[in-house]
Design a protein around this ligand. Structure first.
Ligand code: SF4
Ligand code: SF4
Length: 398
């Protein structure tokens, strides 16, 4: 097995650092988003550039320009904004229109407030009116330090986030889950100690640690980074245009869509030719090959992995050793599920509870055959989700 320290809690030494706005950004959008700008349009920071057409309160948030600039291109997965061109002789300079602060945040509550947060860029898809709100204060993965950094440096913003979330969800109890033994508290929360050894830090296992129940009703969970995003919106009353990203032992507030290569350069880190780059942590992150990719809104880390540190994951045959079964916190059979996906037996994967996978990546981590176990499982989940969506559409059309 590869050597990686799986404990996630660390002693935070540095401070949260702001990164100045870059000249250009490539802002990722999802399939669901509908662009509402045109090429060559001048946009102001905070202006909506892609909406989620869903009318509900609990869904993916709208997307906003993170810099003043001109829309250079609209791609299926990103909107590119570059500098505003200099005016031609005799013409006046274009003035980007930034949105005014949203006064409604003071008056709205419940579902209406959740809808407004969605329009201001917050992903509300995991929220609803709830009896217990759990704040996951554990660092999400080994080497990703955002949660503990924010708890150390952003108490005021986190308090603003809690106050707004209280108005939106009206929870009876708020619990903050932190690494056992850490003296950490947040405004209005009951602190609960839990294991910081990955994968105990992922949301469903944190919920179990805080409530003693698996998948309980009436419980919502939000990470500290998500709470911080709500807090930034609450403080400025403006749309969310930034995310918090850790790189090694440093943490930055980064304009959404900033090119990964620009971020690495400002952070004093270099990918060089001997490192792989992943958006996210070492267990659940996604390797990228194009460093001009923009940092997404939900990105919590950029991870640099030295070439050769890990053996390459390849579609090798499963040797049925059972290591992945022993490591799986969802108590399913990753090896068998990966074989079902490999041979396109997706219905068999469904029958063997592929949907229960927590996407922690432990199966891939322990697999001695270096199979892309999680990637196969994700393939099955995506295929089945698309199949379900098709069936739902057919029923609506009947
Ligand atoms: S990613 Fe693998 S180990 Fe983790 S829950 Fe899913 S099947 Fe189990
Ligand atoms: S750890 Fe790898 S080789 Fe072993 S059963 Fe699981 S998928 Fe197969």
């Amino acid at each position: 097995m590869m050597k990686l320290r799986l404990n996630t809690s660390v002693e935070i030494k540095g401070s949260l650092q702001d990164i100045p706005a870059p000249a250009a950004v490539r802002i990722p959008i999802q399939k669901k988003h509908k662009p509402v700008v045109k090429k060559k349009q001048i946009v102001g920071r905070g202006q909506v550039i892609a909406e989620n057409p869903s009318k509900g309160a609990y869904n993916l948030g709208f997307v906003h320009a993170s810099i003043d600039g001109m829309v250079e291109d609209i791609l299926p997965d990103a909107i590119i904004i570059g500098p505003i061109p200099a005016p031609k002789e005799g013409e006046e300079a274009a003035v980007p229109a930034r949105p005014a602060p949203c006064a409604e945040l003071d008056t709205l509550a419940g579902e209406e407030l959740c809808r407004k947060l969605l329009e201001l860029g917050i992903d509300t898809s995991g929220l609803h009116a709830t009896r217990t709100l759990i704040i996951n204060g554990l660092n999400p993965e080994p080497g990703v330090i955002v949660s503990e950094q924010l708890v150390k440096d952003a108490q005021v913003t986190l308090k603003a986030g809690i106050q707004l979330i209280e108005k939106a969800l009206k929870p009876g109890t708020i619990k903050l889950v932190v690494a056992s033994g850490k003296q950490i508290s947040l405004h209005g929360c009951t602190t609960v100690g839990a294991s910081d050894a990955y994968p105990a830090t992922i949301d469903p296992l944190v919920v179990y640690a805080a409530t003693g129940a698996e998948r309980p009703d009436n419980v919502d969970v939000i990470s500290v980074a998500e709470l911080y995003a709500v807090g930034r919106v609450a403080e400025a009353k403006l749309p969310l245009t930034e995310t918090v990203v850790s790189i090694g032992d440093k943490t930055f507030v980064v304009p959404v869509g900033m090119a990964v290569q620009d971020l690495l350069s400002v952070a004093g880190a270099s990918a060089g030719t001997d490192k792989k780059v992943a958006l996210g942590g070492p267990m659940r992150g996604e390797a990228i090959f194009d460093l001009s990719a923009g940092v997404p809104k939900n990105c919590s880390a950029v991870t640099l992995v030295e070439e050769g540190l890990f053996p390459p994951v390849q579609p090798n045959p499963c040797i049925n050793c059972g290591e992945c079964v022993l490591a799986c916190p969802a108590r399913i059979q990753p090896g068998m599920l990966s074989r079902f996906a490999e041979f396109k037996m997706f219905d068999s994967a469904r029958n063997e509870h592929v949907g229960a996978c927590l996407e922690c990546g432990m199966c891939t981590f322990v697999c001695p055959a270096n199979r892309p176990v999680l990637q196969y499982i994700l393939l099955a989940k995506q295929f089945l989700a698309a199949q379900d969506a098709d069936v739902a559409t057919c029923r609506l059309q009947d």
